[in-house]
Structures are given as structure tokens and as C-alpha cells.
Design a binder for this molecule. Structure first.
Ligand SMILES: *[C@@H]1O[C@H](CO)[C@@H](O)[C@H](O)[C@H]1NC(C)=O
Ligand SMILES: *[C@@H]1O[C@H](CO)[C@@H](O)[C@H](O)[C@H]1NC(C)=O
Ligand SMILES: *[C@@H]1O[C@H](CO)[C@@H](O)[C@H](O)[C@H]1NC(C)=O
Ligand SMILES: *[C@@H]1O[C@H](CO)[C@@H](O)[C@H](O)[C@H]1NC(C)=O
Length: 689
């Protein structure tokens, strides 16, 4: 039944173009509740799907049923999801508009004589570690009369057990808390700590809540029973369904209703909070191979989930004001480049930050240690690793723009681990653990090897964040490691051995021109780091090594047949996006001569396809993050704008329905396998130069 409905939705999207306005444009998928790797629900679009045309879904595709009805003078309308309730007829509200910003997705639907405005707010609180670590999102439902008269209005919404696991055969249990909040709690009967099923967390508790104010009611039960109860009676029943069962066994749903009373042209509203709390959140390896359990930062301020949810619900107006201010700042900053660019950035921000979680530990006395902040990132979609260095690197512009301290918190777990001596290789590790939320390290040294890539990335990020925070503590503490990686780059970056770069889907290759750029910039970054730390001898030495390598590299990397850099030395017909030059520009190093930039600018213009410039000559696909990085170094604004408009064209083509897939084909405009990845933070690169 469920899947049939979903299919109907997908067939429909081939057949019609949206009848509502979409601002700034209609993206492949709309972020609804997107705050953590697990609170990650979207509304897939294709050519356009209204909020009440289909079920919302998890980034990986599984349905996370979320329904909503409004009753107006006794007449029922659905505004969210695709519920079917035999015997209780309702109309579908008509979607009039959709708008997205950096923090919000806002839908306006008309339901008879009222307009229903549904605002999905996933806060971005980059400088408030307590708020940024709260794993909750808002749905704010606001109703106002459009015909001058007052109307009796009740609002209803529920979630299903599908939010709780990645497979529907698992048994779930539930309860409802009634204090100053009305809050449903749903968890697995047999949870598995630190495990995932189809990328959903397999432990912790889901919460769906509203304030317990006048006219608020709650009910748990079979989908058609709870929804039918509201549709028939406008209020939920106190009848309890305590028959704990599988997610798909008579589909239990968790409903919350609110009687808004008589509503005129002044809006009346109800705010829902949805989220998932697991504790501990992360397992992290310490020196001596001891495993530490780490918790989300907000626990330093709240001692129960109920306290947290109550705070969060009461904080809505403040959260909205903060969100509106950030939205405006992004629109102003990115709008200086172009409106298309602003739209790309706005679509990227929630997606990038949702991959990350801020953690703290307890000290020996059992007290939270807020000086011990580690930030963890899930490599969503590509392989689920924890703190993948070559995913943090493309994402890094978002931290540099919003709060560079977050970048240091993200590097810290990698530094500590490698300073502990547990990792055996002389180059930088690829990631902190093979699967999130475990950060177990790779004590056998058999992590996915990207030696030049990751060593270069660490050095570039070390310098970028130290400069942006104006704080040398971290580079001073880990200068030995940074120097160790520099020695490796001095050995292997000018003539990079047969190896992977971050674009591992394209395969291994020797002598990669773009990889050599990264390695050489890495060496130069260590020169800058040494200067900051007062070691001028090292600064001079490493600067001159980097400069000498650039001279040699110019001969090695130039195509003899075309005026462009090669993809790999000695392959004159090959070329690629030399996006690693971005760090030379961003950090003001002026390491590579202007002629390289001019030549590449002229070249890319001749090889652009309908939806952008291919990543390299091996395939017609590209990466949106690397296109934006490249657009930030070309010397001609019309080429910069061509990159931007190609990506905007791809996003708004109606050909795709996944969360901003960064990997796609430049000829067909169809997405490849990646979706919802944190590298979308790299789309902010143009805001840094
Ligand atoms: C709602 O009313 C319809 C029509 O009378 C009935 O078939 C259905 O069982 C009712 N649902 C509930 C949950 O009471
Ligand atoms: C808190 O964490 C910091 C950073 O890891 C550490 O240096 C400090 O000793 C810790 N404090 C206590 C009281 O454990
Ligand atoms: C890499 O390039 C160098 C310099 O041109 C060359 O000597 C070497 O054979 C190349 N390596 C491979 C594997 O092609
Ligand atoms: C410069 O650095 C290289 C690589 O670490 C080292 O071998 C060399 O001795 C250094 N030269 C000086 C003059 O310090």
C-alpha cells in the first residue's frame, strides 16, 4: 500500500510541471527535518511534488511517513504526506507556493477559506554549541483566514514508526509524556548501540512533541484509527494502544492535535518538534586503544530529554529570528555573486551541517567537560566513514564561513588519534573509523589509502583554520605531526605514485597533475605554519622546496599538444578540473604563476557541456563542489557564471529527486550515486575569495 502510493507519486512527477511558484527554484529534493545524520528527512521533487502529494523520505530513500491534516469549520484537508483513511473523506489542500532559504522550507497551501503556512525550520546555530548540537527540528503550522471571516480550525500531525529503523520488521515500543509538553517517545525494543540499519541509527529514542497548552491532544495507535479519530472528531482520544509491535504491523502512528479555536486574518499556529536523541552518540579511540563514550554537547545544559524539548519548543521565536538573520546574511553575501549562486548556497547549508555532531566527554568526576569538544562528520552516502579527511576538506568552506572553530573541532579527533601513535603510516589517515558513529581508528593502517591527498588536506586545513580563528594552539600542539606529513609530501608529491585522489570513483592513477598541486601547496602551508610558530628557518626551507617543485611541475604537467594542464603527466590529450589551485588563491600564497590560471580559464570555456565542465577526460561526469572551487579561481567572471548557471540548470532540471547529488553527468544532467553529502559545504567557496 505504502510503496504503491510512493510509486504513484513518482509517475506523477514525470507527467506534470509544478503549478505553484518555487523560490528561488525547485530543487531535486526539499530539506524538511535535516539536522543530524539520522534526523534527515526530505521531500523528493523531480519536476515537482506538493507537500501533500507523497510521503517524505529519509535521505537514503526509505519512507519516513509524516502526515498532516487541518480541519476548517468541520471540513478536512490534508497538507502533509500521502495518507489514505477509508471512511473518513478529506480534500487535499492546494499548494500555492514553496520557498527555501538556508534554514527553512516554507510551503503555503490553501484549504478552503484559510491559508496554511507550513515552515520546516532546521536551525543553523554555528556559533552556539549548545543549540547547534540539539538533534531536533521544527515544523511550524500557521493558519490564517483569507475571506475576512473567522473559522473554527484544528491541526493534526503524526509520524510513523518508520523514523525509528531502516527496516520495517523491527519491533518498537512507545509512551507519551504529559508535562508542560505533550511528547511521544518511540524506540526499538531491541536496540543495538552504535549500529545502523540501512543508514538509520539502530538505537536511541525518537520524540514527536508540542507544547501542552489548551486544546492539545495526543494519541498513539494504528494509522487509520488515529487519523480517522481526528478526521471524525477534530480531537484525539485518550484510548491507549499499548500493543507494542513491528513498525509495519498495523502501522502504529504517533499523533498530536491542537485546536486553534476561531481563526481570523491574524494567524494562529502550533509548533511541532521532531528529533532523535541517542546517548552516547559516538565511540572514540583514545591513546592505549581505550574506547571513550561521547555525548552531544547539549547535555552540558539539560539533564533530561523533556527539559531539552520544552526549551526547544519555547525557543521557537528566537530560533526563527536567528534563522532569518542568517538567511538574510547568506542572501546578501552570495547574492553579490548572483541570484543563482545564492540559491545553490542556500540549498547546501542544511545538507552540509546535518552530517556533523558536536560532542563532549565526562571528566573523572562524572562532570561534563566542555573544554573537550570533538566534532564528528558522517561521510553520508559514499561510504559512511567517520571524519573522512577528503570529505572534510571539500566541506571546509562552510566552516570557514560560519564558524572556523568548528573546523578545528573537526580536525581534533584526527590529530589526537595520530599523536597517540596508534596509527602506523607516515602519511595522514583517511578517516577516523569505517562506519559512523564509531571512531575506532585504523590501528592496522589499512584504511583507504590516499596518502598525498589526505596529507595535503590536513596541512591546508590546519593553516586555513589557524588563520581564520587567529589561534595557534592547535598547530602548535600538533606541529610534529604536521611536519611528518610534510616530509611525506616532499618525497611523493612532485611525482605522485600510482594512487587514489579524493575522486576515488574515477580510479587510481599515477602522476596526477591536480594531486601534485595539492601536495606542493601542502608543503607551502607548512612553511606558513612554521612562520606563524616562529621557525623562520623552516619557513625559508619549505618555501623554497615548494617554489622549486612548482617550477618542475610546470614542465611535467603542461600538455604539449593543447594549451592546458594535463590530467596526468605525459598524457597530452588529457585534462581535468584543477580545483586544488583554489587553496593557492584562498590562502593568498601566489605559489602558481598567473599564466596557469589564465590558460585554464581559456581552456574550460572550450570544453563545457550543457550541465557543466567534466571532472576530467576519463568520463563525462563532474562534481558540483569541484566546479564551484574551479569557478573561484578562473580569471573571467563569465566563465565563473557559466559554472554557476550550469549547476543551477542541473538542479532545477526536474531530472533528479535526491538530496543535492554532488556527482552528476554534464551531458544528461542525471545524478550519479552520491546524495545528501556534506561536501555541499564546498559550494560556499566563492564566499571566501
Ligand atoms: C470514522 O467514521 C467512519 C464513517 O462513519 C467510520 O467508518 C470509521 O470507523 C470512523 N473512524 C474512527 C477511527 O472512528
Ligand atoms: C577536559 O578536557 C580537556 C581537553 O581534552 C583536558 O585537557 C582536561 O584535562 C579535561 N578536564 C578534566 C577535568 O578532565
Ligand atoms: C611519472 O612521471 C615521471 C616524469 O615524467 C615519469 O618518469 C614516470 O615514468 C611516470 N610514472 C608513471 C607510472 O607513468
Ligand atoms: C630542508 O628540508 C628538507 C626536508 O625536510 C631537509 O632534508 C633539509 O635538510 C632541509 N634543509 C635545511 C637547510 O634545513
Amino acid at each position: 500500500m505504502r510503496s504503491q502510493l510512493l510509486c504513484a507519486g513518482f509517475f506523477a512527477l514525470q507527467a506534470f510541471a509544478a503549478s505553484w511558484t518555487s523560490t528561488p527554484f525547485n530543487p531535486p529534493s526539499i530539506p524538511l527535518a535535516v539536522r543530524t545524520p539520522y534526523l534527515n528527512t526530505w521531500l523528493p521533487q523531480g519536476q515537482g511534488v506538493a507537500l501533500n502529494d507523497a510521503w517524505p523520505s529519509f535521505w537514503a530513500g526509505q519512507i519516513t511517513a509524516w502526515s498532516g491534516f487541518v480541519k476548517v469549520d468541520g471540513k478536512s484537508y490534508s497538507f502533509l504526506g500521502a495518507p489514505v483513511v477509508d471512511g473518513s473523506p478529506f480534500d487535499k489542500a492546494t499548494q500555492k507556493s514553496f520557498t527555501f532559504t538556508s534554514t527553512q522550507s516554507i510551503f503555503v497551501l490553501s484549504a478552503g477559506p484559510v491559508d496554511v503556512t507550513v515552515t520546516f525550520l532546521s536551525p543553523v546555530e554555528a556559533t552556539d554549541l549548545v543549540k547547534q548540537s540539539i538533534p531536533l527540528s521544527y515544523m511550524h503550522v500557521s493558519v490564517a483566514s483569507t475571506d475576512g471571516a473567522s473559522h473554527s480550525v484544528q491541526v493534526y500531525s503524526d509520524i510513523s514508526g518508520e523514523w525509528v529503523s531502516g527496516a520495517t520488521e523491527w519491533d518498537i515500543q512507545w509512551s507519551t509524556t504529559t508535562t508542560d509538553i505533550l511528547s511521544h517517545q518511540i524506540s526499538l525494543v531491541s536496540p543495538a548501540k552504535y549500529e545502523e540499519v540501512n543508514d538509520h541509527s539502530q538505537y536511541g529514542t525518537w520524540y514527536y512533541s508540542i507544547l501542552n497548552s489548551k486544546g492539545a491532544t495526543a494519541q498513539i495507535g494504528r494509522d487509520v484509527v488515529v487519523r480517522g479519530q481526528f478526521l471524525n472528531n477534530s480531537v484525539l482520544s485518550t484510548v491507549k494502544d499499548n500493543n507494542f509491535r513491528a513498525i509495519s504491523d498495523s502501522w502504529p502512528v504517533f499523533g498530536l492535535a491542537k485546536d486553534l479555536g476561531k481563526v481570523g486574518s491574524t494567524a494562529a499556529a502550533v509548533t511541532y518538534a521532531i528529533g532523535h536523541i541517542r546517548d552516547p552518540a559516538i565511540k572514540y579511540v583514545l591513546a592505549g586503544n581505550v574506547k571513550q563514550e561521547r555525548s552531544l554537547y547539549f547535555w552540558s545544559k539539560f539533564s533530561t530529554a523533556q527539559q531539552l524539548i520544552s526549551f526547544f519548543l519555547n525557543d521557537y521565536n528566537t530560533a526563527l529570528a536567528t534563522a532569518n538573520a542568517l538567511d538574510k546574511k547568506v542572501q546578501t553575501d552570495a547574492g553579490k555573486i548572483s541570484p543563482d549562486y545564492a540559491g545553490i548556497v542556500e540549498l547546501s547549508i542544511r545538507q552540509s551541517l546535518t552530517a556533523n555532531e558536536l560532542t563532549i566527554s565526562k571528566n573523572a568526576f562524572g562532570q561534563w567537560n566542555t573544554s573537550d569538544v570533538l566534532y564528528f562528520m558522517k561521510e553520508i552516502s559514499s561510504d559512511g566513514n567517520t571524519n573522512t579527511v577528503d570529505v572534510m576538506f571539500p566541506a571546509s568552506p562552510i566552516f570557514l564561513y560560519l564558524n572556523p572553530k568548528l573546523g578545528e573541532y573537526l580536525l581534533e579527533p584526527l590529530y589526537r588519534y595520530q599523536a597517540s601513535g596508534l596509527y602506523p603510516n607516515k602519511w595522514s589517515v583517511h578517516d577516523m573509523g569505517a562506519h559512523y558513529p564509531k571512531a575506532d581508528g585504523h590501528n592496522d593502517g589499512t584504511d583507504e589509502a590516499m596518502p598525498v591527498e589526505e596529507s595535503g588536506n590536513m596541512l591546508i586545513m590546519a593553516l586555513s583554520f589557524a588563520r581564520a580563528t587567529n589561534d595557534l594552539t592547535q598547530i602548535r600542539r600538533y606541529q610534529k605531526l604536521l611536519d611528518q606529513w610534510t616530509q611525506y609530501l616532499i618525497e611523493d608529491s612532485l611525482i605522485p605514485a600510482f594512487q587514489l585522489s579524493t575522486d576515488d570513483f574515477a580510479g587510481q592513477l599515477a602522476n596526477q597533475t591536480n594531486l601534485a598541486i595539492k601536495g606542493i601547496i601542502g608543503i607551502r602551508c607548512m612553511a606558513e605554519i612554521s612562520k606563524l610558530l616562529g621557525d623562520n628557518k623552516k619557513y625559508t626551507n619549505y618555501s623554497s622546496i615548494a617554489a622549486d617543485y612548482v617550477t618542475q611541475w610546470q614542465t611535467l604537467s603542461a600538455s604539449k599538444t593543447g594549451p592546458h594542464l594535463t590530467l596526468a603527466y605525459n598524457n597530452d590529450a588529457s585534462w581535468g578540473l584543477a580545483y586544488n589551485l583554489f587553496s593557492d588563491v584562498h590562502l593568498g600564497l601566489k605559489l602558481f604563476p598567473q599564466s596557469v590560471y589564465d590558460e585554464q580559464t581559456a581552456w574550460y570555456k572550450t570544453v563545457a557541456n550543457k550541465y557543466g565542465v567534466p571532472l576530467d577526460t576519463r568520463h563525462t561526469y563532474t562534481k558540483s563542489d569541484w566546479e564551484i572551487w574551479t569557478s573561484a579561481i578562473v580569471t573571467d567572471t563569465s566563465l565563473r557564471d557559466l559554472f554557476i548557471s550550469s549547476i543551477k540548470g542541473y538542479l532545477s532540471s526536474g531530472l533528479n529527486n535526491q538530496a543535492f547529488p554532488d556527482w552528476y553527468d554534464t551531458i544528461t544532467g542525471v545524478a550519479e550515486g552520491f546524495r545528501a553529502r556534506p561536501v555541499s559545504g564546498g559550494h560556499l567557496a566563492l564566499l571566501l575569495v
